[in-house]
Write a protein that binds this ligand. Structure first.
Ligand code: BEZ
Length: 211
């Protein structure tokens, strides 16, 4: 059965390039990103892992631990990391799960047989400190992911977890946000002292409250 938002991210123990990992222990109190790759030594995946390695500071600033997965073995992963570091001019700084028996891929429904019977699609799971799934994204093998977008949605998830707001289309950190529908308009000044705009009774904007 596929995983849905709000479900507890299934725990597992797996071999990775940084040793045996128990997923929930690895996450600890952090946010997490688990993302899958169709196969080692493939061009798009090589650029993706390089891109994520370069964003290390951005992920740690947001208290996010990153872990990748591919269905190839550990020796293959280790050789491939050398290529990623060399060609993408970076150092891979997060574990890559060696999911040769496809146990984790099956647990997270990362293999979509009508796309490919053996390889995972490009899945992304963002997991909150409560171990619940906050976001899922699925891309086909032929399309590399946009990791700036992943950071953007993490900013939104973290903001909306702490304040009664939502983020509008194309929102970016620092921009105006939407006051949650559950808040009565008369209660807005006390809840959002930086000010607000009522565009429609259901569309109320306020400056980002934690900025
Ligand atoms: C790639 O990562 O380049 C890739 C992997 C599987 C199919 C197509 C592209």
């Amino acid at each position: 059965m596929s995983l849905r938002l709000g479900d507890v991210a299934p725990d597992f123990t797996a071999q990775s390039t940084e040793g045996t990992i128990n997923f929930h222990e690895f996450l600890g109190d952090s946010w997490g990103v688990l993302f899958s790759h169709p196969a080692d030594y493939t061009p798009v995946c090589t650029t993706e892992l390089g891109a994520v390695a370069k964003l290390r500071e951005e992920f740690s600033k947001r208290n996010v631990k990153v872990i990748a997965l591919s269905v190839d073995g550990l020796e293959s992963h280790k050789g491939w990391i050398g290529d990623i570091n060399e060609t993408q001019n970076t150092t891979v700084n997060f574990p890559i799960i060696a999911d040769e028996d496809k146990k984790v891929s099956a647990l997270y429904d990362m293999i979509h047989p009508n796309a490919n019977e053996s390889f995972t699609v490009r899945s992304v799971f963002v997991i909150g400190p409560d171990k619940k799934i906050k976001l899922t994204i699925t891309y086909p093998a032929s399309t590399g992911r946009n990791f700036d977008e992943l950071l953007r949605v993490i900013d939104s998830l973290q903001l909306t977890a702490n304040y009664s707001v939502a983020t509008p289309a194309n929102w970016k950190e620092g921009e105006e946000v939407v006051v949650a529908p559950a808040i009565k308009t008369e209660d807005i000044p006390a809840r959002f002292p930086k000010g607000h705009r009522v565009i429609k009774p259901y569309l109320r904007m306020t400056p980002q409250p934690n900025k």
